[in-house]
Design a binder for this molecule. Structure first.
Ligand SMILES: NC(=O)c1ccc[n+]([C@@H]2O[C@H](COP(=O)([O-])OP(=O)(O)OC[C@H]3O[C@@H](n4cnc5c(N)ncnc54)[C@H](OP(=O)(O)O)[C@@H]3O)[C@@H](O)[C@H]2O)c1
Length: 227
């Protein structure tokens, strides 16, 4: 079975992510309302923060002590190319009960070995990039994940949306307009060739929040059935 998947992003009124000044406090206060079982973070979102994270020490090779009844979510990162190197810092951040990598059959063996040495659990799904549908099914079946909140940029959002794996889209509108021809949006994907794959949405929540922001939540109505 697939878990419920929610995208949550702060974007400009024209849907852009680059250049805006998000209010991290409001963003995560709203995000905390879902109490997800797993946070699915884009690898590039994590890599952007890695520079500020501390280097490893010998502790990283110790098995993780699990606390019973720990209700914090699992942090899950699709990383088919083996790019994330600061898992220890993410583990220590305190927001998640543990961390997990999603890899594919193209992930270098040296990286899988790197993960094993650090007791970092990983799921292998897909040949090139991670097969997200298969990986989500494993998260549900093996780890009891029923609700996933995605914390990523437009790339991972785009793959999930085009694959029909998203149940809800939550958008916190930042009162700004960015514009641009190549500026990142929260839905980056190959252009459509017809209207059939337009994703219809049903409004389920509207809230005005601090600083002229508006929070909209939409349920995904799978594909355009009006055609
Ligand atoms: N404003 C907001 O609310 C918000 C929230 C989060 C992040 N951000 C910003 O978003 C930016 C990063 O976004 P991004 O779009 O560059 O990257 P991203 O979505 O964070 O990361 C891309 C992810 O997509 C995976 N991927 C790519 N192609 C795939 C495919 N065909 N199948 C399966 N998985 C695939 C990558 O895995 P592989 O490594 O395996 O390719 C990677 O995990 C950062 O600047 C961050 O600050 C903004």
């Amino acid at each position: 079975m697939l878990p419920r998947v929610i995208l949550h992003n702060e974007v400009s009124v024209d849907g852009r992510m680059d250049w805006i000044s998000p209010d991290i406090g409001i963003f995560y206060e709203l995000a905390s309302r879902w109490k997800e079982d797993a946070t699915l973070a884009g690898c590039d979102t994590i890599l952007k923060q890695e520079k500020e994270m501390p280097e490893e020490d010998d502790e990283v090779f110790e098995p993780q002590k699990k606390k019973s009844g720990d209700k914090r979510p699992l942090l899950v990162i699709p990383d088919s190319r083996g790019r994330v190197r600061k898992w220890h810092a993410l583990r220590k951040a305190g927001y998640w009960r543990d961390v997990m990598a999603l890899c594919s059959h193209s992930t270098p063996m040296t990286y899988l070995d790197y993960l094993r040495k650090r007791h970092i659990d990983h799921v292998i799904a897909g040949t090139d990039h991670v097969d997200l549908k298969a990986a989500l099914e494993v998260l549900n079946a093996r780890y009891g994940v029923g609700l996933v909140r995605v914390d990523s940029g437009g790339t991972l959002n785009g793959v999930l949306l085009r694959a029909g794996l998203v149940d809800e889209v939550s958008v916190l509108f930042n009162p700004s307009l960015v514009g641009g021809m190549s500026t990142g949006s929260f839905f980056r994907a190959p252009d459509l060739m017809s209207k059939e794959k337009v994703i219809n949405l049903e409004l389920i929540h509207v809230e005005k929040v601090k600083g002229d922001r508006v929070w909209l939540r939409y349920k995904v109505v799978r594909w355009n059935t009006t055609l």
